[in-house]
Design a binder for this molecule. Structure first.
Ligand code: NAP
Ligand code: MG
Length: 483
């Protein structure tokens, strides 16, 4: 019997009014059904929003330090259940078990970090022009917030939205991605066990087009924080801000790794493989363009291909696996379509390029790690997000051309440069159009205590993570008190 999972509304685990469920499939083995989840309706979303409305005053009155203590308890429970959560993550999303463990440990850090914010959620006190006047600010919660998350970081992204939302005193309706809802559910269970009052956090699964749209459209939802594709994100941003709500959208990337002539080439290759291939390239911060000085492009490519040839693709639950499957058949087909586009555009396929079908890989959605050479900056494979283990190598004549190519895309999430030249590195930091900038480190990876987000079409609204995350989830009240 396949496990059946429910929605959490007003402290009760219940079925959707639709009477329908959808199957969450293991992308490494399509016959393995991870569980059946509620295919929720707009009425379910409305019930969740109403419960969140009801819970607002009590949650706000509890005070930030006490709210933070609940987050800290949730961190300990996630830590206790780390192995179970990580195993579920690998089973439903496909990334390797070490990656899933690392991501779950990151969620623990996020809850601990924002638990501390419960005792730091401060405004400011300033001098006043007037005598006998105390002039200060306080932060207040927005009210009910809607959180919509993608499948590629099914524990980290729900955590980095939930923790600042809750500690700030908001009540929440969370709609996780249909591709990986179990991991989000496990985090919700931890928060419930940690003592979150009924209605403060409501969890509703279902399609983006019904449950997602219903949440975004609800006039009672004061803010929506979304991570996912840029088409959906831009639509959500327009809709929510159009009705006077607050929206924050983290979307795609087309992240470059620049390799200058003086770079440590072995290190550059390591950064490229890490950024492009691990997690099957399904990271918004994945490296998808290696922009390499022409004097070292041959050495770089040769060493890159040697490294890529050694990558072991398989079921993420097996210890030798380094790269798991794409999330589903649709995503796999997208990756394969881009590989065809690259070939048609005249790029040279140097590695991979096909679906892997040797048993047992035929049971899942596996694609070989793929490298294209002779890529020019305007090719679609150099401009559009692919979200698979595909790297485009672009040769450039000098630093100027590298900068121009790096900035020639509409996205601006993350960027890295490999060089030993401090002046060049500083110039890169000044001129690169990206929210996350790396020097001799991979485009991927994020620490919880600093802001995360992009420029250009990669993000809209204020940044997530770090102390600035609180800005989205609070409003500032300015107080003039004359005594
Ligand atoms: P997606 O299709 O945009 O879905 C993201 C979430 O939105 C899912 O929960 C989805 O529900 C829901 N949704 C879909 N259509 C909706 C609508 N019209 N209204 C409201 N909600 C809707 O993206 P994805 O395929 O899950 O994720 C991959 C994308 O996310 C990539 O483009 C990647 O770059 C981006 N991403 C960005 C970041 C970042 O921080 N910048 C991080 C991770 C991923 P269903 O699952 O039910 O469709
Ligand atoms: Mg799945």
């Amino acid at each position: 019997m396949t496990d059946l999972y429910q929605n959490l509304i007003n402290g009760k685990w219940i079925d959707s009014g639709s009477g329908e469920t959808f199957a969450n499939i293991n992308p490494a083995d399509r016959d393995d059904i991870v569980g059946n989840f509620q295919d929720s309706t707009v009425a379910d979303i409305e019930a969740a929003v109403a419960a969140a409305q009801q819970a607002r005053s009590g949650w706000r009155a509890l005070g930030a330090p006490r709210r933070g203590e609940i987050l800290a308890r949730a961190a300990r429970l996630i830590e206790r259940d780390l192995e179970k959560i990580a195993a579920g993550l690998t089973r439903e999303e496909g990334k390797t078990l070490p990656e899933a463990r690392g991501e779950t440990a990151r969620a623990v850090q996020i809850f601990d970090y924002f638990a501390g914010e419960g005792r730091r959620l401060s405004g400011e006190t300033t001098p006043s022009e007037f005598g006998r006047t105390l002039l200060y600010t306080v932060r207040e919660p927005l009210g009910v917030v809607g959180l919509i998350t993608p499948w590629n970081f099914p524990v980290a992204i729900p955590a980095w939205k939930l923790a600042p939302a809750l500690v700030s005193g908001n009540t929440v309706v969370l709609k996780p991605a249909s591709g990986a809802p179990l991991t989000a559910l496990n985090i919700v269970r931890a928060l419930e066990e940690a003592g979150l009052p009924a209605g403060v956090l409501n969890f509703v699964t279902g399609s983006g087009s019904v449950a997602g749209v219903g949440l975004v459209a609800s006039g009672a939802v004061a803010g929506v924080s979304f991570t996912g594709s840029d088409t959906v994100g831009c639509g959500i941003y327009a809709l929510v801000t159009g009705r006077g709500g607050k929206a924050q959208c983290e979307m795609g990337g087309k992240n470059p790794l620049i390799v200058l002539a003086d770079a440590d080439i072995d290190k550059a290759v390591e950064l490229a493989i890490n950024g492009a291939m691990w997690s099957t390239g399904q990271k918004c911060t994945a490296t998808s363009r290696a922009i390499v000085h022409q004097s070292v492009v041959e050495e770089f490519t040769e060493k890159l291909l040697a490294g890529v040839a050694d990558i072991r693709v398989g079921n993420g639950a097996e210890p030798e696996t380094q790269v798991g499957p794409s999330i589903d058949e649709t995503q796999l087909q997208t990756v394969l379509r881009y590989i065809d586009i690259g070939k048609e555009e005249g790029a040279r396929l140097l590695a991979g390029g096909e679906r892997l079908t040797d048993p047992p890989l035929d049971r899942g959605f596996f694609v070989a790690p793929t490298v294209f050479g002779d890529v020019t900056p305007q090719m679609r494979i150099a401009q559009e997000e692919i979200f698979g283990p595909v790297l485009a190598v672009i040769a450039v004549a000098d630093f100027e051309e590298a900068m121009q190519v790096a900035n020639s895309v509409r996205f601006g999430l993350s960027a890295s440069i490999c060089t030993r030249d401090l002046t060049r590195a500083m110039e890169f930091i000044d001129r690169i159009e990206a929210g996350l900038v790396h020097v001799n480190s991979p485009t991927v990876g994020a620490e919880v205590q600093v802001p995360f987000g992009g420029m250009k079409d990669s993000s809209t609204g204020t940044r997530e993570q770090g102390r600035v995350a609180i800005d989205f989830y609070t409003e500032i009240k300015t107080v003039y008190l004359e005594y």
